[in-house]
Design a protein around this ligand. Structure first.
Ligand SMILES: Cc1cc2nc3c(=O)[nH]c(=O)nc-3n(C[C@H](O)[C@H](O)[C@H](O)COP(=O)(O)OP(=O)(O)OC[C@H]3O[C@@H](n4cnc5c(N)ncnc54)[C@H](O)[C@@H]3O)c2cc1C
Length: 389
């Protein structure tokens, strides 16, 4: 049985950041993961270029039962801090859009950077199934493969169950419950929505994309939406999916730059034009056709009343879809919910119930928007925990 200062379960972004910083602070750390290589989600992220942070990262861009929980960690480890690390390793990067920073080259550079940040006093145990975790007399004991290790500090960094085929599990929740922590009901987030019923017609538009404002409740996102053979996807939809609950509608503004009189103006300028061709001037052809059919407005605009055209314009700006579900954990970029922040210190990520136990990264009930926010949380929470032991 080997004794360490800390054992970190999960060698994803949060676990590696925590191990590197704790290691640099002189701690003897064991990092255990059942995957044969670390940071698998980093490798596939951002289309292989890893959207490693967002310069606009701020607590209001995260979902959590406690909206203040992320404040401290995000303030103490900022996007600039991570960028300094990226620059120090000579990794070229660019801002794509909306503050999203990506590697110019490959996401593997981020994994290599985090690996190299771990000094020799960080020991790696990869490809190891964890068979038991227990706590007695102030020490945690972890059994994996044919080994057992002990430490006074244990960090849960095994993420959430999104993308199970990559080895993602709900292990963090089982462990948290075992040690008396609460778990906020997990659910797939940043996930495509599925359509049925009256909306099923829109599935025939699979492959069509357009810029929209998608909203549900108070959440509103202006980005691209994409029709799929199952329903709706694209950044605007993924963003609202994190806020969406079963039974709620999702509204789409197909023409966010047009006011309710735009069709009347088109009628005045080109009275012989049809609604379908007026729409096709602003939207992809197939979408224009489907929307015009749905509105049941044929013929020339000149033959229609202004009032009727204003009603149509309003419908196009507030088109209600009633998703019947999501594509689930198989397609969800992240898991919302998770280990309840009620039981954790926002300064250190330590359990309030069991001294020495920490939870970081996606395992915790803090979920970022699309666009580098989730990695920034992984870095910041991992860094915060590593300061504490
Ligand atoms: C396709 C995709 C693209 C994404 N792109 C981005 C992006 O560009 N920007 C962004 O900010 N976020 C992105 N995300 C989200 C981001 O990847 C996660 O939020 C982030 O990786 C969470 O880090 P983590 O360390 O907490 O968990 P993870 O990265 O999930 O790491 C958890 C680790 O624990 C290990 N593990 C799990 N269960 C067990 C177990 N039972 N025993 C032992 N080990 C276990 C796993 O093998 C894994 O190595 C993306 C996610 C996906 C799926």
């Amino acid at each position: 049985m080997t004794r360490y200062d800390a054992i970190i379960l999960g060698a994803g972004g949060a676990g590696m950041m925590c191990a590197g910083v704790a290691g640099q602070r002189g701690r003897r750390v064991l990092l255990v993961d059942h995957a044969p290589e670390p940071g698998k989600k980093i490798l596939i992220s951002g289309g292989g270029r890893c959207n490693f942070t967002n310069i606009h990262a701020a607590p209001d861009r995260y979902l959590s039962a406690n909206s203040h929980f992320a404040v401290s960690a995000l303030r103490r480890y900022t996007p600039q801090d991570f960028l300094d690390l990226v620059n120090a390793h000579g990794i070229a990067w660019h801002e794509k859009t909306l503050g999203q920073l990506f590697c110019d080259g490959s996401a593997r550079q981020i994994v290599e950077m985090l690996r190299h940040a771990c000094p020799d006093n960080v020991e790696w145990a990869l490809g190891q199934a964890i068979t038991d975790v227990s706590h007695a007399d102030g020490m945690f004991r972890v059994t994996f493969g044919d080994r057992t290790a002990t430490a006074p500090y244990l960090v849960i960094a095994t993420g959430g169950p999104s993308i199970p085929k990559m080895g993602a599990t709900g292990f963090a929740y089982d462990l948290a419950r075992k040690f008396g922590m609460k778990v906020v009901e997990p659910r797939p987030a940043l996930v495509p929505l599925t359509l049925g019923g009256d909306d099923v017609l829109f599935r025939t538009l699979s492959g069509v994309a357009t810029e929209v404002v998608a909203s549900t409740g108070k959440a509103r996102f202006r980005e691209a939406a994409l029709f799929t053979h199952k329903g709706l996807s694209g950044p605007a939809i993924l963003q609202v999916s994190s806020y969406w609950r079963h039974g709620q509608p999702v509204q789409i503004d197909f023409l966010p730059d047009c006011d309710e009189t735009w069709l009347v103006e088109v009628k005045r300028a080109r009275p012989r034009q049809s609604l379908r061709s007026a729409l096709a001037a602003r939207l992809p052809e197939r979408l224009a056709e489907t929307l015009a059919d749905r509105l049941e407005i044929g013929g020339e605009l000149g033959a229609l009343k202004d009032q009727q055209l204003c009603v149509a314009a309003r419908s196009l700006s507030f088109w209600p879809f009633s998703p019947n579900g999501t594509e689930g954990y198989a397609k969800a970029e992240v898991t919302a919910g998770g280990i309840s922040t009620d039981g954790l210190s926002s300064q250190t990520m330590e359990s309030r119930r069991l001294a020495g136990l920490y939870a970081i990264g996606e395992a915790v009930d803090v979920t970022g928007w699309l666009g580098g926010y989730n990695f920034q949380w992984a870095w910041a929470s991992g860094w915060a925990a590593a300061q504490a032991f």
